[in-house]
Design a protein around this ligand. Sequence first.
Ligand code: URA
Length: 434
Amino acid sequence: MNTVDIIIKKRDGHRLTAEETAHMVMGYTEGSIPDYQMAAFLMAVFFRGMDREETVTLTNVMRDSGDIMDLSAIEGVKVDKHSTGGVGDKTTLIVGPLAAACGVPVAKMSGRGLGFTGGTVDKLGAIPGFRISLEESEFIRQVNEKGIAVIGQTGHIAPADKKIYALRDVTGTVDNLSLITASIMSKKLAAGSDAILLDVKCGSGAFMKTQEDAEKLAEMMVGIGNSCGKKTVAAITDMEQPLGRAVGNALEVREAIDVLRGCGPDDITELSLVLAGMMIYMGEKAASAEEGREMAEEALSSGAGLEKFRQFVAGQGGDPRVTEDYGILPGSEVELEFVAPEDGYVSSIDAMKIGLASQHTGAGREKKEDDIDLAAGLCLHRKVGDRVSKGDVICTVYGNNVKKTKKALEEVVDAVKISEEKTEPGRLVKKIIG
Ligand code: URA
């Protein structure tokens, strides 16, 4: 099979056979197809799309590119949760411990940041000592003993996605329905859980900008998950403005702990309770998502969720003192403020621009091999609908490089709009599918 012919076939808008898709995916994974040909192929898919059958084939080939994890040694219904990617989305750090505190075994594989969106693996990397790579046996032992473990994508699970994901990140080929579906579902199906909860983000800071596209993505993923025998549910949630106030790795760990202490921002607290409730229900520890939510609320107010977070961090080698002393997290040397130029209300905060600003502080990658600055990022002191007076600090930008931090500040100024009229933020949970 000729690689160039397959690229041209997709470039010209034709359907690929299963053999052609497998040739591209496996050739790239095994190293016989170089980055530049795979990049051209991904761009052709980006512009020409894939139909449902091609997308299912792509997902299956990527799933079968590595091992399928066997989690049968963990008792109970294992529920995996995955976000399609957003700005300030640190819900896994909150929802995981809450669900685990309510008896749902959480055995989760997470990803690095992608494009302007953050990733749980990078956030956990900010906790001193935290080990994101565990052997499979250690991973299973940690879930059995502590109730929760989160690992990065291992080389054995969907290795095709691991390689393609990193290439998409730096070639402008992330936000495509088929590529996102195959990326997420290949690794979720290989990761061995019994049920899958998808948080499909929608809005400026998501890969799906409209609710219509988010619903199409959710339906595709839910259909594939259920047809593979995994109970799969998707929540379509708002990503028009960043979730919570903090964007950037160490800053988001702090905010997740604030939520677990009961003093986090309202929006991220609310969404975490909704998702934890759904996970507890899907894990068969509650008779409904509402009852699951009540259990999650109890785990939050009693401190059981925070205690579970401590056990989780310590179990993976991290320093559990992080829950009392944020000073042990990486710190930044440069802090710049965006001050309100006039009185009014915050009418919009473009989440994508904020995600890019955070990336440009050093918190995200421009190239796939880039190191990230774990301390860098930003904190929004005002959100959509909040009143501001001239001189109030709307946002603080953190970094360790003056030039980068200044550039990011300019981008934040461009992202935040103030008007005389009060605007209400969009509904946090827009629809449940599945
Ligand atoms: N998350 C993933 O794992 N893959 C994507 O393509 C997008 C978000």
